[in-house]
Design a protein around this ligand. Structure first.
Ligand code: PEP
Length: 278
């Protein structure tokens, strides 16, 4: 039975606040990943959207913006940008270095085109058959290539029994299986409840906070105390209206933004909301 986690709270992670991670993150820049998905339709439109994104990012000095355009636009957009404040991500890449993998893009190719980040295990890729193991291989290969993996985890639905925690735990277990403890803080975990993606209603910051504690606890169990340093962002209907509250109360250092990132005015408003909330 699907329901809000407010109604079902089988774990009492909110009592695990001893570490008070939120104190440690004050002073850090927040991170916003703009996942354009398969948009826009032409290079010309991509340049226009990129210029608006860059301008919006320039007025939000305390936010690090990472643009994830379709791979075919990446090199040209990267070449168009002379500054240092924006980062670039590839939306997905293969863990294989080279070879007979028609249609795939390797991490070295993505890096050569200008990507420093790679989105891994997005739910829209998982829906096409990518497994937890596939994601784990790309995370390990990205670290090997000195790129930052953005590992997406999140359940399709919530249940009274708390099954969603098991889903996330398994995604983290496999996703981090090739990560040495010393590199845990190099991975960005994007918690994205699939049921929230594409809409206008994000998960509540309180529920995100609970999940952030669970994620940290899981990684500590698997890899030791260095797991405390894992960086977590939230994705799923992040908008200009809920962004500031999510960062303030959700125990996350940033957001992965889908449809709002391809709307120039809304994305600028989202970045400004984060900047003003500091
Ligand atoms: C996403 O698909 O990663 C995402 C966060 O999308 P949206 O912001 O549109 O929910």
């Amino acid at each position: 039975m699907i329901q809000s986690v407010n109604e079902s709270r089988p774990f009492s992670f909110l009592t695990l606040r001893a570490t008070d991670y939120s104190d440690r993150k004050s002073g850090m820049k927040s991170i916003v990943v703009a996942n354009w998905k398969m948009n826009p339709g032409t290079m010309r439109e991509a340049k226009k959207l990129f210029d608006a994104t860059r301008e919006a990012a320039e007025s939000a000095k305390h936010v690090s913006v990472i643009v994830a355009p379709p791979a075919i636009f990446l090199r040209e957009l990267r070449a168009r940008y002379k500054g240092k404040r924006l980062g670039f991500a590839i939306q997905q890449a293969s863990a294989e270095g080279s070879g007979a993998y028609t249609g795939d893009i390797s991490l070295p190719q993505a890096k050569d085109a200008g990507a420093q980040y790679v989105i891994v295990g997005h739910s829209e890729r998982r829906a096409k058959g990518e497994s937890n193991e596939d994601a784990g291989k790309v995370v390990a290969a990205a670290l090997e290539s000195d790129m930052t993996p953005i590992l997406c985890v999140g359940e399709k639905a919530r249940s009274h029994e708390g099954e969603h925690f098991n889903v996330v735990k398994e995604q983290l277990r496999t996703g981090f299986s090739g990560v040495e403890p010393g590199k845990i803080s190099k991975v960005l975990v994007a918690y994205e409840p699939v049921w929230a993606i594409g809409g206008e209603k994000a998960m509540s910051p309180r529920d995100m906070h609970e999940m952030a504690i669970f994620i940290r606890k899981t990684i500590i169990e698997l890899h030791g105390e260095k797991g405390m340093g894992v960086r977590i962002i939230y994705g799923g209907a992040a908008t200009e209206s809920n962004a500031a509250e999510m960062l303030r109360d959700g125990d996350v250092i940033g957001l992965l933004v889908g449809h709002v990132s391809i709307n120039e005015a809304r994305f600028a408003a989202l970045l400004q909301a984060l900047e003003n909330a500091r």
